[in-house]
Design a protein around this ligand. Structure first.
Ligand SMILES: Cc1cc2nc3c(=O)[nH]c(=O)nc-3n(C[C@H](O)[C@H](O)[C@H](O)COP(=O)(O)OP(=O)(O)OC[C@H]3O[C@@H](n4cnc5c(N)ncnc54)[C@H](O)[C@@H]3O)c2cc1C
Length: 302
């Protein structure tokens, strides 16, 4: 059965796009996690849909991955099919103030392409290391901007196999969430409506944000960015620092000394180490400050 399933995935996607027992530490910015049973990178939306149908028929679970910059995969890995929408589907085109990006395009590149054409609005996203798809699913945001401010519409594949355009309102982008993640839609492309600006000013703002990030965030270590969501009325990093957990470490995982909102991989962390840090932090913050910290990072295979 397994062999037939693998053959079918190869028929749909081509041999080069299908891998078995693929280490997920290669595909996540945390650089931890065991193997994916299958790792598929479809070249077209049709191949994507056929891959999903094949998974359903074979009752194999599947998971959509972008750049893996907000995901923690367990040491046991994920026995199903990881479907990655990244470098194969990353075209960016412009028409006036409208930028259309396939969801595999990196946000950083998208922001820089817009700046080259003197289009403003994506400066906030110029340091977020995810894809447009991940950013739509998460309503990624930083430094006072978020995807909700700039997206006009997005084309999605529904769980029923229908391809639809959703308006900004229908996308229902809320803090680190959207209808895409809530209804298991798959984002295929997005249109951003930007403002006319001055390219040198846009680039200067992106440089400024980059300096701030480098100064404040532990970018020298592997991580998935902010581990926890911002609790209403608080900052996760401050609560963690006040709980005396700056630098708290289990194995190779640690609460960053530079920014307590980040759990970092010092180089040899396992997912188990990361989870142990997360659980301890949540427990202590709850005990000391009475606040429940909710994970921003998505867990896979736990
Ligand atoms: C150093 C660092 C700094 C960061 N800074 C920020 C920041 O400032 N602001 C911020 O918001 N985030 C930040 N992040 C987190 C992360 O980059 C964002 O959440 C990003 O939007 C995730 O995109 P991704 O492509 O990596 O998604 P992944 O991590 O691959 O996936 C995240 C979620 O999106 C879903 N998804 C991915 N692609 C699609 C798709 N095409 N269709 C449907 N669902 C999809 C996945 O199933 C998963 O649930 C940071 C991460 C790091 C490592």
């Amino acid at each position: 059965m397994e062999n037939i399933f693998y053959k079918k995935l190869c028929e749909i996607n081509g041999l080069a796009q299908v891998h078995t027992q693929e280490p997920m530490k290669r595909h996540t910015t945390f650089r931890v996690g065991g193997n994916a049973g299958y790792f598929v990178t479809p070249l077209t939306p049709e191949a994507l849909w056929q891959t999903i149908e094949t998974c359903r028929e074979a009752e194999e679970p599947y998971y959509i991955l972008g750049n893996g910059s907000n995901v923690l995969v367990s040491d046991q890995g994920y026995s199903g099919v990881i479907i990655q929408l990244f470098k194969n589907q990353d075209k960016i085109t412009f028409e006036g103030r409208r930028l259309t990006a396939q969801t595999g395009a990196l946000l950083i590149r998208t922001a820089h392409e817009a700046a080259k054409l003197s289009l403003s609005g994506l400066e906030f996203a110029s340091g977020i290391p995810g894809t447009v798809g991940g950013a739509l699913a998460m309503n990624a945001g930083a430094y006072g901007g978020e995807i909700r401010d700039v997206v006009e519409k997005a084309r999605v594949l529904t769980p029923e196999g229908e391809i639809r355009w959703l308006s900004r309102e229908e996308l229902d982008l809320t803090y680190r969430s959207s209808v895409i993640s809530r209804k298991s839609y798959i984002a295929l492309e997005a249109v951003f409506l930007l403002k006319e600006g001055e390219s040198t000013q846009i680039e200067a703002r992106m440089e400024e944000l980059k300096r701030t990030r480098t100064e404040k965030q532990p970018l020298e270590y592997a991580s998935a960015g902010s581990t926890f969501k911002r609790p209403e009325g608080y900052f996760a990093g401050k609560l963690i620092m006040e709980a005396g957990l700056r630098g708290y470490r289990v194995g190779g995982a640690q609460v960053s000394e530079k920014h307590c909102g980040f759990v970092i991989n010092r180089g040899d962390a396992t997912a188990r180490d990361v989870m142990a840090v997360i659980m301890h932090v949540r427990g202590e913050v709850k005990r000391q400050a009475g606040v429940d910290l909710e994970l921003e990072v998505k867990l896979l295979g736990f």
